[in-house]
Design a protein around this ligand. Structure first.
Ligand code: F6R
Length: 256
């Protein structure tokens, strides 16, 4: 794991944006895995401002709520079109987001896995992290080998996401999410985390044991995973001086 600690979310996002932009410039038909939520908003804003060419890019989103109409303002379909896709020249048929309204969830999940494989696998997966350590919506004790499937959100995640819905009872109970095994097959993972509510999950994921009770900890087993953190999210890391030292001594070509 490469831990990149920056003073604020803007600086951390700007490094993440340079990593994504480099991939899209070097591989115009790259396959990107994308996340939703508050964390990647700045990243998407920055990528839009970079005016990259998205025409040949293929995307796969991590997850979607079950049972929310696609047009619902809080569906991840709406989120992605509103915050990224409608601002770039992406080709609509290259966008993939799990269908949370399907009558046949197992079938849609198996198809999603096939589509990812068919596209050649994910080159770079953008990740946020839940306050409980979830990645995608793989809640604590999810199988570390899991594939795309339905999951039940924990009470904590529903409370965390109530801010988007106005109240907790409006947050759906179920989601379709890529599995941890699916995420681990991405060639590169780029996890962003901001704010002190994420500090504990980050410290456990980076410096704790690999355990399904903190699903992000499996990223310790991934060969190319970068974490872009602001100071508050990094505040419980015991070796933060070491991570800062390593990053500041990297050759420039390795930094982005
Ligand atoms: C969203 C996702 C989740 C979020 C996590 C953090 O697609 O997969 O894992 O990244 O819940 O959410 P925010 O960024 O809102 O704190």
């Amino acid at each position: 794991m490469e831990i990149i600690i920056q003073p604020g979310a803007e600086a951390a996002t700007s490094i993440a944006a340079r990593i994504v932009a480099r991939l899209l410039r070097e591989k115009p038909d790259a396959v990107l895995g994308l996340a939703t939520g508050s964390t990647p908003l700045l990243l998407y804003r920055e990528l839009i401002a970079m005016k990259l060419d998205w025409r040949k890019v293929t995307t796969f989103n991590l997850d979607e709520y079950v049972g929310l109409p696609q047009a619902h303002p809080q569906s991840y379909h709406s989120f992605m079109w509103e915050n990224l896709f409608r601002h770039v020249n992406i080709t609509k048929k290259n966008v993939h987001i799990p269908d949370g309204n399907t009558k046949d969830i197992p079938n849609i999940c198996a198809k999603y896995e096939k589509q990812i494989k068919g596209a050649g696998g994910i080159d770079l997966q953008v990740l946020g992290i839940g306050t409980d350590g979830h990645i995608g919506f793989n809640e604590p004790t999810s199988s570390l080998a899991s594939r795309t499937r339905i999951k039940t959100l924990t009470q904590r995640t529903r409370q965390d996401n109530a801010r988007f819905f106005g109240s907790e009872d409006k947050v759906p109970h179920h989601v379709i999410t890529m599995g941890i095994g699916t995420i681990m097959e991405a060639r590169q993972n780029l996890l962003l985390a901001f704010g002190n509510t994420k500090a504990r999950a980050i410290a456990e994921a980076v410096e704790g044991p690999i355990t399904s009770t903190n699903p992000a900890s499996i990223l310790q087993m991934h060969p190319v995973t970068k974490l872009c953190l602001d100071e508050p999210a990094a505040s419980q890391l015991k070796r933060s001086d070491y991570y800062r030292w390593v990053y500041s001594n990297k050759p420039d070509w390795q930094k982005y």
